[in-house]
Design a protein around this ligand. Structure first.
Ligand code: SAH
Length: 361
């Protein structure tokens, strides 16, 4: 089997090059060709000798996931569907803004955490994505957008907020993020790479040690009773432990705050009492709060909070001294907004089957 060089971070590329008897600087050369220049084959690497190019082609490949679909929303948001084999496909979203372009990247085919308001969670889980499948999303986006727009680095920010729980696929996500940060690859600053987690406390602590990037945490409820219901992983890592991990993280993080995401579900977690409870909870945590009006999906059993309820919630947080912003939905007409990514997942957890069983009972 030929090695897929797309997924090798700096260290792994270095080891691979020396392993085949090449000098270490070849690693940097290869990273530049693959990730800076978007090379998809060795023949394009014109500053390597023909003999070396042939040798590389015999031992390795540059194999990104195949693009199955490319959709553009009325607001310019772009969504791609990528084939990751065995009947699974994942989605990636590009959000253009006047002075930045943010890519929302998936880390798993499906998600095992089953948050009750999330379309990805609803569809079950198949597997972790390999590092090359994660970085392949950025590789494709940069290459395609650069060709279309002429911009040299169209993707300026990456958020690990697509399908899946990134901290449940720790090694591969870290390898991909190292490429995002590597000057020979994508050269993004740690402030411009954000990992979002539903709250895997052990993973937050590990991340802080090995690859501190900006951290977002999907909180969604101010107390364990409600959070247990909305974000079931809370039963394993309750709010108190999660808050303590966030405080520890910020000591080392590239930013001086954690971003808490809070999806507003009509009548479920959006009352004035919830806002006050949340203000109390976050009093001693260096943070910002990003309120996300619920984005509907076909099977979703929640409704979006009214604009008045969103405003009231934000005002209560602001009066308590918290910085709270409301996330504007992007790409709704192509199901590209937060929580709407579905892709195509061969569910191995049999969640859908069990749910049908429960409904019948
Ligand atoms: N598993 C990680 C990464 C996904 S990020 C995490 O939970 O953080 C996707 C963000 O969109 C999360 O904050 C998630 O809670 C939120 N989200 C999920 N479903 C949503 C929906 N239907 N409407 C709005 N936001 C949603």
């Amino acid at each position: 089997m030929r090695v897929n060089l797309l997924g090798l971070d700096g260290e792994a590329m270095h080891a691979w090059c020396t392993g085949i008897g090449e000098r270490p600087f070849r690693a940097r050369q290869l990273l530049r060709w693959i990730h800076h220049a978007g090379a998809g084959e060795f023949a394009a690497m014109t500053d390597l000798s023909k003999a070396l190019r042939e040798r590389l082609a015999g031992a390795a490949e540059i194999a990104p996931p195949a693009m199955l679909r490319d959709t553009t929303a009325s607001d310019g948001t772009r969504k791609w569907l990528f084939d990751v084999g065995t009947g699974n496909a994942i989605e990636t979203v590009f959000i253009p803004e006047p002075n930045r372009g943010t890519l929302c990247v998936s880390s798993q085919a499906g998600c095992a955490l089953a948050c009750s308001f999330c379309s990805t969670g609803y569809r079950g889980f198949n597997r972790n994505l390999a590092a090359h499948e994660i970085i392949g999303q950025l590789w494709h986006a940069n290459r395609l957008l650069a060709r279309e727009t002429g911009a040299e680095r169209p993707v300026t920010n990456v958020v690990m907020m697509g399908m899946g729980e990134p901290l449940a696929n720790f090694e591969n996500v870290v390898a991909a993020m190292r490429l995002m940060l590597d000057d020979f690859a994508y050269g993004l600053s740690r402030r411009r790479v954000t990992l979002s987690t539903a709250g895997l406390v052990s993973g937050i602590d590990r991340l802080r040690e090995v690859c501190p990037v900006s951290l977002a945490v999907s909180l969604h409820a101010p107390n364990d009773r409600l959070r247990d219901e909305l974000v079931p992983i809370n039963r394993k890592f309750p709010i108190r432990e999660l808050m303590a991990a966030c405080v520890r993280y910020v000591e080392k993080a590239p930013r001086e705050f954690v971003m808490f995401e809070y999806v507003l579900l009509d009548g479920v977690n959006d009352t004035a009492a919830h806002a006050r409870e949340l203000s109390g909870l976050l009093r001693d945590v260096p943070c910002k709060v990003n309120l996300i009006p619920f984005n509907p999906f076909p099977e979703g059993r929640y409704a979006r909070s009214s604009p008045g309820a969103v405003e009231r919630f934000r005002d209560i947080l602001a009066r308590a001294g918290l910085i709270a912003t409301v996330r504007r939905p992007r790409g709704e007409d192509i199901d590209a907004a937060c929580g709407q990514l579905a892709g195509r997942v061969r569910d191995r957890t049999r969640r859908a089957e069990r749910r049908l069983g429960q409904e019948a009972a």
